[in-house]
Design a protein around this ligand. Sequence first.
Ligand code: ATP
Length: 154
Amino acid sequence: MPTIHLEIITAERRVFADDVDIVVAPGMEGQLGILPRHAPLMTALQPGEIMYRKNGEPTYLAVTGGFMEVMGDRVTILADAAERSDEIDEARALAAVERAKQQLSRRDSYLQLQEASVAMRRAQARLHVAQRRRSRTTGMGPGSGGAPGGGAGH
Ligand code: ATP
């Protein structure tokens, strides 16, 4: 079966590299599913979850934005920041949500509100990915009640 070589890198490190069956990433206009032999593509990403499936098993990572290039059998994600579920500090993400909520409740400038809203989405993406990991070990969480492996996003 043909596969895709997925590489997720940030300015600081290589977060992930492996051959996978499908990649779903948060494009600016919604979730983008990439299968082998996808047409070449270059797109910006928004904060959200990256899902890849390997041997039928879905895995999720958090991404805060960046770019994705699809070229031949390679998908390269150049991320602002990206974390695997086991790297996510949930307490930190919860604190970031609280901070963003407080900022959003103030009557700040449009720019500050925009920044708080994006910070909120970054933190929520991290929390979703961390919760998916927990749901796999406890059977509870965002993935529970759905089909095995959940879906590509929300
Ligand atoms: P915070 O306000 O908690 O710093 P942030 O959204 O402003 O969060 P980023 O600027 O997106 O953070 O990321 C800065 C660095 O910190 C990156 O290397 C990112 O991977 C890491 N990071 C941010 N939040 C978390 C988290 N909850 N768990 C693990 N790593 C995180």
